[in-house]
Design a protein around this ligand. Sequence first.
Ligand SMILES: [Zn+2]
Length: 176
Amino acid sequence: MPLHISTEKPVLDMPFTPIHMGPGIFIKALLQGSFSLMVFGWTQIVMDIQPLVVMITGEGHLHGFTHTYIGAVLIAVASALSGKYLSELGLRILGVTNDGPIKISWLVTFISAFIGSFSHVLLDSIMHGDLQPFYPFTEANEFLGIISVYALHKFCLYSGMLGAGIYFLVNRKLFT
Ligand SMILES: [Zn+2]
């Protein structure tokens, strides 16, 4: 069955990539060196290229196949392959070093990209009515509206703040 075309107002359904960074910072605090926030962030951008193109051209399904869990596997692989060296370059440009340029292992790259794309589909499926996360198995989206968009945005913001706090506490302890 084809994906149906969203009839909702694009303004209400706008992809808002940055809110995904909040939980990303929290995951970084938990996984520390086993997780790359840079690769995670790159994955958020790659995820929302499709909705952005649809919004600009006004054609196609707003979230579509990229915002399904099968799509998330493909996005994760694409983001990992394109994101490893790009993220290392980004860290170098930002001046983030660790006795020389930081290398991100392929394992960490793939872990971060997969967490990035799967968490993206989960969060977006709560707030966007046109998402069909389990396509092609079912067009239903059980996650839609389980919490309000306002609560979801607050969760993303606070998880980011909490994550940043934990990250700096843990790292300060490491260096003392
Ligand atoms: Zn999205």
